[in-house]
Design a protein around this ligand. Structure first.
Ligand code: DGJ
Length: 527
């Protein structure tokens, strides 16, 4: 066993930016989340998952540890599964983020141990269930059930205690507490305890923070039920997370099934950490380090912007795994200095394309058909991870000095970015480029995305995929902007390894094709 390393932590740096310190140094998790059941078998992991992950240049794997696997009998713990996962991660030289599948996973309670499931039947049950408006039981233990929350907290504490003892080299660098919590199938929990709470005056911290009074409905009107559920789930999570942190204070976050069409709490999980509920979550769950979006919707860019606001670090534990993933990564890192980016079902990424996804499966999984279009996704993401992984320090410095400018195609043709000396006109061209008079962007091109780092007023790093850049003089400046030199190449540990000098036929335009890459460009002006 190696000697103890520094504890991972998420904190603010001296510029007020969130930073995830791993082994004492800033860390970006170039990650992937594996399918829910994969980590329940070490053999399956060895045969199917680890080999599929090796080509991807990931530094972090996000995987579930379910309550049912570590406490199969009440009070008797078996940590052989997490121990095996940690040993394998060390062998593969990746870090782990553990998903604690405790009481709640996607709004339901399917990962609790069998003995807990058996104790959940009937209104007087030890682990009583949430109920819908007609009093019918939901497939969800109520967050008002203090016995259940206490049992979950005890199991989670035992897991964290075990990690504190065995994981001295900090293979595990963060933990997600529960998964996509909230009530599904009703606009709130209607069990007896919930009904009583709904009529009570709102808790004092909520009244003080929001400057409102009365019961939940009087205080928050239409949002009252969701506010109450958010307060309740966040309070339960606080109990669970703080128990875990008291023995091993790893960074802890919660993830959200986003507010989305059909836009009604209960259709998406009611009470989960959606952006609108962030304040109430923060009030009730101070042990949580950040609020993370699971992004399967098309308006990815808006979600990133929303979750990177109000001092919350952008941490994406799940995103649709498609050929667009690489561009999404460039935006998350380039625009928001993201701490983590992780396509879901990552072990399938290098797999074959599945054209026809069953619509009912898509509805159940709450994802679009694009989630199954993995053609070339693995190669593209691997290239992007390799690229970002070797430029991390440059990116960090550029963020600190405000020299990085990110963009992502979003049903638009491009964007113009004002730089220190020039304006950079970005056109989303896809694989073909449109300036040779061709058909323009091919319909099967990936979404374009990338960033520009200003190394000096005349020198730029251009990174990403599927766009061209035209540098223009500032309006009113009577000069022509010329390309002094343009190199392709790659970074290795922050050092530029030049490839071809792109001149002649390749030199007229700056175009990054439909595959993630970086170019280094020097400009000059003439008149
Ligand atoms: C979101 C959940 O958090 C994941 O565990 C997984 O079920 C995906 N949805 C499937 O798309």
């Amino acid at each position: 066993m190696s000697s103890k390393k520094e504890m991972p932590q998420i904190k603010k740096d001296k510029n007020g930016r969130s930073v995830w310190l791993v082994d004492g140094a800033p860390y970006i998790a170039l990650a992937g989340e594996i399918h829910n059941s994969s980590s329940s078998s070490l053999q399956y992991m060895d045969e199917k998952v680890w080999p599929a992950l090796r080509p991807l240049h990931m530094n972090t794997v996000i995987l579930p540890v379910a309550w049912e696997t570590i406490e199969p009998e009440e009070g008797k713990f078996d940590f052989s599964l997490p121990d095996g996962l940690i040993a394998a991660a060390r062998r593969e030289q990746v870090r782990l983020v553990i998903l604690w599948f405790g009481l709640w996973k996607n709004g339901i309670s399917t990962y609790i141990p069998g003995w807990a499931k058996k104790a959940s039947s009937g209104t007087g049950a030890r682990f009583f269930r949430a109920r819908d408006a007609f009093g019918r039981p939901l497939d969800c233990i109520s967050p008002f059930c203090t016995d259940a929350v206490t049992a979950d907290a005890a199991a989670f504490r035992a897991l964290m205690q075990h990690l504190a003892e065995v994981d001295t080299d900090r293979t595990v660098i963060a933990v997600q507490v529960e998964n996509e919590m909230g009530i599904l199938g009703a606009d709130r929990d209607y069990c007896g305890a919930a009904n009583r709470a709904f009529e009570q005056p709102i808790p004092q911290p909520v009244a003080d923070w929001f400057g409102v009074r009365g019961n939940w409905q009087q205080a928050f009107g239409r949002d009252g039920a969701e506010m109450m559920m958010a307060w309740q789930y966040a309070g339960a999570v606080e109990q669970i997370a703080s128990q875990g942190k008291s023995v091993y204070p790893l960074p802890m976050y919660v993830n959200a099934w986003l507010q989305q069409h059909p836009d009604r709490a209960g259709k998406y999980p009611c009470g989960g950490p959606i952006a609108k509920m962030r304040d109430v979550w923060r009030l009730a769950a101070p042990s949580i380090d950040c609020y993370a979006p699971d992004i399967y919707v098309n308006h990815y860019r808006d979600v990133c912007d929303e979750y990177a606001a109000a001092g919350n670090p952008l941490f994406i534990p799940e995103v649709r795994a498609t050929k667009d993933s690489a561009s999404f990564l460039f935006y998350a890192v380039g625009k928001h200095n993201a701490l983590c980016f992780a396509p879901f079902g990552i072990e399938d990424l290098c797999g074959k394309r599945q054209d026809e996804a069953d619509p009912s499966l898509l509805a159940t999984l709450n994802i679009g058909a694009g989630a199954f279009d993995v053609s070339s996704a693995g190669e593209r993401l691997a290239a992007a991870y390799d690229l970002i992984g070797n430029m991390q320090e440059l990116i960090r410095e550029a963020h600190a000095q405000g020299r990085i400018h990110a963009f992502l195609e979003y049903n638009d043709a491009g964007v113009t970015i004002p730089l220190e000396k020039y304006d950079a006109q970005i056109s989303y061209t896809g694989a073909s480029g449109s300036f040779f008079g061709g058909p323009g962007k091919r319909p099967d091109s990936a979404v374009a995305g990338g960033f520009i780092i200003e190394q000096s007023e005349d020198e730029f790093l251009i990174c990403g995929t599927g766009f061209s850049v035209n540098f223009l003089p500032k309006p009113g400046v009577q000069a022509v902007t010329g390309i002094l030199r343009k190199e392709e190449g790659r970074y290795r540990g922050g050092v530029w390894i030049p490839g071809r000098v792109l001149n002649g036929d390749e030199g007229y335009f700056i175009h990054l094709s439909d595959f993630p890459q970086v170019q280094r460009v020097w400009l000059y002006s003439y008149c």
